[in-house]
Design a protein around this ligand. Structure first.
Ligand SMILES: C[S@@+](CC[C@H](N)C(=O)[O-])C[C@H]1O[C@@H](n2cnc3c(N)ncnc32)[C@H](O)[C@@H]1O
Length: 232
């Protein structure tokens, strides 16, 4: 059966413009409740974990984790989002070019606990920061254009250290009723994408349907958290 969302497409300029116009309804000013609830499953008793935040926006969870003694690397196309993250977190920061990615910059706080790459995620690779002990993917896989999904998944898998614990946040709704992004990622699609490499555990489902969803034509909206680890 064909996917009604397969021809939807968002380009990088549209994301940059959204940030410039302040159209960032996805941003959670108090951080992600679902990450907070499931953090023990990610850490699994480890300290000083190196986290990867693909398509990080200005997620305040990055400061939360850095304050707990972890390190964070994020990738985000909007320089405005990155600068707002450091300014709103009251972290002094500096920027430098990334020699291997034309036009890209990396922004780091003084303590070097948070490093945010301003570039297209498709340019990022393990050659820049090695592999990660944890990944938090919220608002990332669900906004990647369908034609780029498999490549994005291959990148994330390549960034997983052997002990990596990867929390994936997806949305479930009827794709006939809303075009996306954010795209619906049914559980079967999560399995198709990740099962060749990972064991997958469903951790939590949250009903997040509200008036705004109703106005968009949706009938239900579920946010779902999956835990992915390398295949045993
Ligand atoms: C839905 S938002 C989620 C932001 C963040 N993860 C959060 O939970 O608040 C998606 C973010 O990805 C960025 N973005 C979209 N496509 C990108 C790409 N190909 N490479 C890097 N950043 C991208 C956008 O600018 C936007 O900030």
């Amino acid at each position: 059966m064909s996917n009604p969302q397969e021809n939807q497409f968002t380009n990088l300029e549209e994301w940059v413009t959204s940030w410039e116009k302040g159209q960032t309804g996805f941003h959670e000013a108090k951080g992600s409740k679902l990450l907070q609830i499931n953090i023990d499953k990610v850490l699994a008793g480890r300290t000083g974990v190196k986290f990867f935040f693909p398509l990080c926006g200005k997620a305040v969870d990055m400061k939360w984790l850095a304050d707990m003694g972890h390190t964070v690397v994020g990738v985000e196309i909007s320089e405005k989002a990155i600068c707002e993250f450091f300014e709103e977190s009251k972290m002094s920061y500096s920027e430098e070019p990334v020699p291997t990615i034309p036009g890209a910059k990396v922004f780091r706080n003084t303590e070097k606990t948070v490093s945010l790459y301003q570039c297209d995620i498709s340019s990022f690779s393990s050659s820049l920061e090695g592999q990660f002990g944890a990944i938090w993917d919220r608002g990332a896989l669900i906004v990647i254009n369908l034609k780029d999904r498999a490549k994005y998944v291959a990148l994330l898998v390549s960034l997983m250290a052997p002990d990596c614990r990867f929390l994936l946040d997806t949305l479930l709704y009827n794709p006939e009723k809303f075009p996306g992004p954010p795209y619906c990622i049914p559980n079967e699609e999560v399995r198709n994408l990740f099962e060749p490499y990972c064991d997958i555990e469903s951790l939590q489902e949250e009903d997040i349907f509200d008036e705004e969803c109703k106005n968009c034509g949706m009938e239900y909206l579920i946010e779902k958290i999956h835990l992915l680890v390398h295949k045993s």
